[in-house]
Design a protein around this ligand. Structure first.
Ligand code: KG4
Ligand code: ZN
Length: 336
C-alpha cells in the first residue's frame, strides 16, 4: 500500500504552524509563535496577518524538510478554514489553495475545533491509545469552550458551551488584571502551582444544563484585585500565587462540574480534554482525578498537540481524505 503524506497548515490565530503526517504518524510539527502581541495584551488581528505572511513559507519548508518528504510526494494539503481571524485564515487558505493547485492534489478544509478534538488520534513515538467512540471532549481554547459528544472522527455534537467568555479568555483576562503579559494562561498556571486554590472565594455560577459562563468570575476577580490594591499597593505582588491559584481553581471547577454532569447524564464513560487550556497542569491533574472517582477512561494529549499546531490539522485532513470530503480550490475562509 502506498503511504499517504498529508501537510497540515494552521493559521487561525497567532501561531503559524505546519506539520507532515505520514499514515497518521507525525513526521514533523513546526510552530512559529508571534511575540508581537505580547505587549498589546491580546492578539492584534492586523499584526497577526502580517506575521503569518512572513512565517508561512519558512514554516512549511521546515515541516517538509524535517519530515523528509518532498512536496511532490504529498497526497493532500489540509488547512484550517475556520473559525478564527479572517486575515489570519486568509493567509493559510490562499497558501494551501495555491499549493494544492500547483501539485494537482486534493485540498482539505479543516474546522479548527474539530481538529482540536482529533488531536487525540495523532500517532508518534509514544505509546498512547486513542479514545474509543463515543467519548466526551472538553475543548477549551482562547476562543471556545465546548463539551463535544464525539461519535466518530467526523461526527461530533456540541452538547454544552460557554454563554459568554471562553475559558482561555478567562485565564488571559485575569492575567491582564494582574499585570501579566499575553497570553496569561501559562503564567497563571505556573504561579498557581505554589498558591492555595481556595484562598480567595470566587463564584461558580449555577447554570442549567451543560452550558457554562465565565463572565461572573472575571468580574469578581477584577473587583477582588482592585479592592486589594486600593488598601495595599503590594497586594498583587504578595498574593500573586494565591490569586492565580484561586482564579485557576474557579475556572477548573466550572469546567469539571459540567464535564462530570455531561458524563453522568449522557452515560458516556470516556472523557477527554484538548485545546490550549488543556495544557493547564491543574486541569490535566484534576480531569484524571475525575476519571478515577467516576471510573471513567481519560484521554489527555501531549502538550505539543494541546495548543494550536499543524499536526491536528493534518490529522483532521487525514479523516476528511478517507471520507472523500475534499474542498474546492475556489474555497474561502469561514471565520465564524
Ligand atoms: O487552542 P489555543 O492554542 O488557541 C486558540 O484556538 O485559541 O488556545 C490558546 C489559549 C490561550 O487563552 C492561552 O492562555 C491558553 O490557551 N493556555 C493556557 C495554558 N496554555 C495555554 N491556559 C491555562 N494554562 C495553560 N498552561
Ligand atoms: Zn486552537
Amino acid at each position: 500500500m502506498p503511504t499517504v503524506s498529508i501537510l497540515g497548515i494552521e493559521s487561525s490565530c497567532d501561531e503559524t504552524a505546519a506539520a507532515v503526517l505520514v499514515d497518521g504518524v507525525v513526521r514533523s510539527n513546526v510552530i512559529a509563535g508571534q511575540e508581537v502581541h505580547r505587549h498589546w495584551g491580546g492578539v492584534v488581528p492586523e499584526l497577526a496577518s502580517r506575521a503569518h505572511q512572513e512565517h508561512i513559507v519558512p514554516v512549511v519548508h521546515e515541516a517538509l524538510q524535517k519530515a523528509g518528504v518532498r512536496k511532490e510526494d504529498l497526497a493532500a494539503v489540509a488547512f484550517t478554514q475556520g473559525p478564527g481571524l479572517i486575515g489570519a485564515l486568509l493567509v493559510g487558505t490562499c497558501f494551501a489553495r495555491s499549493l494544492a493547485q500547483s501539485l494537482g492534489i486534493p485540498l482539505l478544509g479543516v474546522d479548527h475545533m474539530q481538529a482540536h478534538v482529533l488531536a487525540h488520534f495523532i500517532k508518534d513515538d509514544e505509546e498512547r491509545g486513542a479514545p474509543a467512540f463515543p467519548f466526551l471532549n472538553l475543548t477549551v481554547s482562547g476562543g471556545h469552550t465546548l463539551i463535544v459528544l464525539v461519535r466518530g472522527p467526523l461526527d461530533m455534537e456540541v452538547v454544552g458551551t460557554t454563554l459568554d467568555d471562553a475559558a482561555g479568555e478567562a485565564f488571559d483576562k485575569g492575567a491582564k488584571v494582574l499585570g501579566l503579559p499575553y497570553p496569561g494562561g501559562p503564567l497563571i498556571d505556573r504561579h498557581a502551582a505554589v498558591g492555595e486554590p481556595y484562598r480567595f472565594a470566587l463564584p461558580v455560577p449555577q447554570i442549567q444544563g451543560l452550558d457554562m459562563s465565565f463572565s461572573g468570575v472575571k468580574t469578581a476577580f477584577n473587583n477582588l484585585v482592585r479592592k486589594g490594591l486600593a488598601t495595599d499597593p503590594g497586594f498583587v505582588e504578595r498574593e500573586l500565587p494565591h490569586l492565580c491559584a484561586s482564579l485557576q481553581q474557579c475556572i477548573l471547577d466550572i469546567l469539571l462540574r459540567k464535564l462530570q454532569k455531561a458524563g453522568r447524564t449522557l452515560g458516556v464513560p470516556r472523557i477527554a480534554i484538548s485545546g490550549g487550556v488543556s495544557a493547564n497542569s491543574g486541569l490535566r491533574e484534576q480531569v484524571k482525578q475525575l476519571g478515577v472517582r467516576e471510573g471513567w477512561e481519560v484521554h489527555i494529549p501531549p502538550l505539543a498537540y494541546c495548543t494550536d499546531n499543524g499536526a491536528m490539522v493534518a490529522m483532521a485532513g487525514h479523516f476528511l481524505l478517507l471520507a472523500g470530503r475534499t474542498t474546492g480550490l475556489d474555497t474561502v475562509p469561514h471565520p465564524r
